[in-house]
Design a protein around this ligand. Structure first.
Ligand SMILES: Nc1ncnc2c1ncn2[C@@H]1O[C@H](COP(=O)(O)OP(=O)(O)O)[C@@H](O)[C@H]1O
Ligand SMILES: [Mg+2]
Length: 286
C-alpha cells in the first residue's frame, strides 16, 4: 500500500542529512510504528510521506504510484495528525471541525467521533479553553474527518492521560479492523507494543531494525525463567536458562521441594530491546 525506498532528506539550512536512506513498506491493513527518541527524524519522515516536505531523494509510492505525481485526491484518502495540535482557538470545536469538513468530499460521522473521544458535550466550547488533552483528542478527530483509507499519526497519545490514550488506541485498532492502514510515530514503547503489527527502530535518520514486536522479543529476548522461593524464612531468587528447562534437575527439584513464591519467564520489554539494539534510550520528551 505504501512503499518508501532509500529516502534521504536534508533541511535547506542544515549541513547534515536528517533522513539518511530509509526504506520500508506498509501493507494494507497494517499498523506500522516508527519508534525512536526525540530528534530521530520521525516527524520529518511523516511530513515527507504526506507531501508536506519535498526535495527529498528516493521514491515514495502509494498504491503503486509515486506520491510526487499524485494530485489532491491523495489528501482525500489520507488522514493526518501532527505532533503539535493546531486549531483555531477563537472558534468552537464544532466550528473548527466544520471548517475542515468542507475541504473534503467524503465526510465521517462527526457526532459519533466526538462522542467516542469524549468531546461531544464540550463541542461548543472555544478551543482556546480546551485542555491540552482535549486538543490532542480533537486533533485525532480531525484526522478522521474524511473517513480516510490511511492514517498518519505523529505521536498520537503523547500528552494524554492513560484512559484517554486507551480510547485513542482502541479507535486506531477499530480503524484497522475496518480495513484502514496506519503509519504512526511514537517514543512511547507501550503504544507501539500494543498497537503495531510491525515497528521500525529509528535513530539519527536511520532504521536500525524492523519487525513485529513479537519477533523482536523472540530475537532479542532473554529466554530465562526466574524462580523465587522461601527458605528459612527468606526469599531466594534463582534464574534458569529456558533451554532444556524441562530436564533441568535443579529447577525441577526446587519446584518439587520448595515453597514457590513467584515464577516468571524473563520476557524482555521492547524498551530493553530498543536500548540493546540502538545503544540509545528513549528519554521521554514532552
Ligand atoms: N524545520 C527544520 N529545520 C531544520 N532542522 C529541523 C527542522 N525540523 C526538524 N529539524 C531537525 O531534524 C531532526 C529530526 O527532527 P524531527 O523529525 O522533529 O525528530 P523527531 O520527530 O523524531 O523528534 C532534529 O535534529 C531537528 O532538530
Ligand atoms: Mg516528532
Amino acid at each position: 500500500m505504501f512503499k518508501v525506498e532509500n529516502l534521504r532528506f536534508t533541511y535547506p539550512k542544515n549541513s547534515t542529512e536528517t533522513i539518511q536512506g530509509i526504506s520500508f513498506e506498509i501493507a494494507k491493513g497494517e499498523i506500522f510504528g516508527f519508534l525512536g527518541p526525540s530528534g530521530a527524524g520521525k516527524s520529518t519522515t511523516q511530513k515527507i510521506l504526506i507531501k508536506l516536505l519535498d526535495k527529498y531523494q528516493g521514491l515514495i509510492s502509494y498504491n503503486g504510484k509515486n506520491i510526487a505525481e499524485l494530485d489532491h485526491s491523495f489528501f482525500e484518502e489520507i488522514g493526518v495528525s501532527f505532533e503539535m495540535p493546531i486549531h483555531f482557538s477563537k472558534m468552537t470545536a464544532m466550528e473548527n471541525i466544520n471548517f475542515f469538513l468542507k475541504l473534503y468530499k467524503k465526510n465521517a460521522d462527526v457526532e459519533q467521533l466526538m462522542k467516542r473521544v469524549g468531546l461531544w458535550e464540550d463541542r461548543d466550547k472555544m478551543v482556546g479553553e480546551y485542555s491540552k488533552g482535549m486538543k490532542i483528542r480533537l486533533n485525532f478527530v480531525r484526522a478522521m474527518l474524511n473517513s480516510p483509507e490511511m492514517l498518519f499519526l505523529d505521536e498520537p497519545t503523547n500528552g494524554l492521560d492513560p484512559s484517554n490514550a486507551m480510547v485513542l488506541k482502541d479507535m486506531i485498532r477499530e480503524f484497522k479492523k475496518g480495513g484502514g492502514t496506519v503509519f504512526l510515530t511514537s517514543h512511547i514503547m507501550t503504544d507501539v507494543d500494543q498497537l503495531c503489527d510491525r515497528v521500525a527502530f529509528v535513530v539519527e535518520g536511520k532504521i536500525i531494525e524492523i519487525d513485529s514486536p513479537r519477533n523482536l522479543k523472540i530475537k532479542y529476548g532473554k529466554r530465562t525463567m526466574k524462580l523465587e522461593y522461601k527458605e528459612n524464612g527468606k526469599t531466594v531468587t534463582e534464574e534458569f536458562s529456558m533451554e532444556d528447562i524441562g530436564r533441568n534437575e535443579k529447577f525441577i527439584s526446587l519446584l518439587q521441594t520448595k515453597e514457590i513464591e513467584t515464577l516468571h519467564s524473563g520476557e524482555t520489554t521492547l524498551e530493553d530491546i530498543f536500548i540493546h539494539v540502538t545503544g540509545v534510550g528513549l528519554n521521554h520528551e514532552e
